[in-house]
Write a protein of this length. Structure first.
Lengths: 327, 327
């Protein structure tokens, strides 16, 4: 099986590559070849027995999508995206990569399909940013797409393209609406959602963290390991039962900030919790007020997608995957 | 007030032009200038006191959208589209006009906005084709966009763009999801929805008509006069109360084919009804099975959009507007 990952150098892309290398197979078929693409050339993974090609490519540039499609990968994971904050600051770049890049990739596949009937499985990472307030406390699977950012708009448009290209028979597509990833590894960043990870990751490492919102704020989370699990599962199941609705909200853990903090206390003690300083930030509070709190992700669950069991588990996963198991 | 109509030569475009000429004003402001654009040059309307410019332009061609925007119309009605059947047959043409054309128009406005703060009211005709089965019997305003055609996909993508360009402050946009237009004037055509009009229009003119589906089929209708009324109303109201959800399902008349036929009987008698021949067509039946039956168009009604009062009224409107009042 030949698997291409577009956006392979990002956080999820690297973890997905590592998981495929470690598993050596996908849905029971051995992985014989990996094509890893990103705007910066992805690293060659260690310990993979098959062929690996890495390349730097901007999918919004002419001809780049065709290059990815040329060796006819069986599965294409399309993770490449300009993130929410940057897409909001740079209107043209966001539409260029998130909308045009996605469309060019799908178009390259369509042209290959017209040539020789090529029809790969395409796993597209969408986001709960396709939803925006006002919405019910628990959002059902058939809720309106109401993005409140350009990023969410571009992801929603990608979802619509994916469904239409699938209906037309050019691809066998599935869109995965990822929850907010928590605990995101690495350095603190300025994303409005950064504190959800920061208030856990920093204290776990003995560092102080700032909480800019009241601890009553509720949100929808998945660990990086679960997110990779969703993508692997999506590429391995029969997609026919999805019918025409090819984009799925993933299950997650709905938790208040207070519940996050209590999970931290259970696992790392009061000393860790004392490293969190509450500094209300009205701007962040306003942004977060428009975000979803919980979903009834019934369709995804019925199809076998599995979320983290609890916030305690999310923290334990972080300690295992990012801290070599040592608190 | 300067009003531009993109797609002015189509059925709705011509009726909208006639209505604006007849009213001489929009929301209390005199109409001083009309710019009429379509792929074929629209006719100059009779009896208009102001300035009229007509031009032939394909909005998907480079520079054409900028030409429309250059004189800074106060209101732009964007009606131009490749219809459902053609967009399904010609994939590239459908995406070219319905998606790229719409985006190029919005982009030309954005660039003008960056130049001098230009921010016109944009009224975009969308369609109930943004919805596809399975759905509830009565579809609520917050239902998922689930198109089952490329046309519906392109309209849904246009809706998302309209909302994002509005949120960004480039346009003051509103998307109007038109019901199926009934009674559509003119010759019978091969559109799958053609019979909804044909079984009334042809018998009213003393001609036979074919009914390809059971008379229990229920659908959502508006007269051409109501459709034009929706567009005029949309351009005249304050759009701020819409918030971030700028696309509205229009009110309509939900009727079964049997109810349509009984309305025909009340107005034109048994002889007219006898001209309808039932010839089941499995293909049409399958297509129509995926169409919406009724909507709870609450938001639009609260904003003052008014549907036809009954199917009898829809037929009477046709007799007045298309048959000079003579049955």
């Amino acid at each position: 099986m030949h698997i291409a990952i577009v956006g392979a150098a990002g956080m999820i892309g690297r973890k997905l590559t590592a998981r495929l290398v470690s598993d050596g197979q996908l849905a029971g078929r051995p992985v014989s070849r990996l094509s890893l693409v990103d705007v910066i050339e992805p690293a060659v993974p260690q310990g993979f027995g098959g062929r690996v090609d890495t390349s730097a490519a901007d999918i919004s540039s002419p001809g780049q999508a065709a290059r990815i499609v040329k060796p006819r990968p069986d599965v294409i994971f399309h993770l490449a995206a300009i993130v929410s904050g940057e897409a909001e600051l740079d209107f043209e770049k966001g539409y260029g990569i998130n909308l045009d890049g996605t469309r060019l990739l799908f178009e390259a596949i369509r042209l290959a399909h017209l040539e020789d009937g090529y029809r790969p499985c395409v796993v597209f990472t969408s986001s709960i940013a396709v939803f925006g307030s006002p919405f019910p406390e628990v959002i059902p699977d058939d809720f309106n797409l109401t993005p409140l950012t350009s990023y969410g708009t571009q992801k929603a448009m990608g979802e619509l393209l994916l469904a239409d290209y699938t209906r037309r028979g050019f691809i066998d597509g599935i869109g995965i609406r990822l929850p907010t990833i928590c605990i995101r590894p690495g350095k603190p960043n300025k994303a409005a959602s950064g504190f959800f990870s920061g208030i856990l990751r920093e204290p776990l490492a003995g560092q102080p963290a700032i909480l800019p919102v009241p601890d009553t704020v509720r949100h929808w989370h998945a660990s990086p390991r679960s997110a990779v699990g969703f993508l692997i599962h999506a590429a391995g199941i029969d997609l026919e039962p999805l019918g025409s609705r090819r984009n799925l909200t993933m299950p997650g853990v709905s938790a208040t900030v207070a519940e996050q903090i209590e999970a931290l206390r259970r696992i790392a003690g009061d000393d860790a919790v004392r490293l969190i300083r509450h500094e209300p930030d009205q701007l962040v509070m306003n942004i977060v007020a428009g975000w979803p709190q919980a979903f009834d992700a019934r369709r995804a669950k019925e199809l076998g997608f599995v979320a983290d069991a609890s916030f305690d588990d999310i923290i334990r996963t972080h300690i295992e995957d990012e801290m070599e198991g040592n608190l």
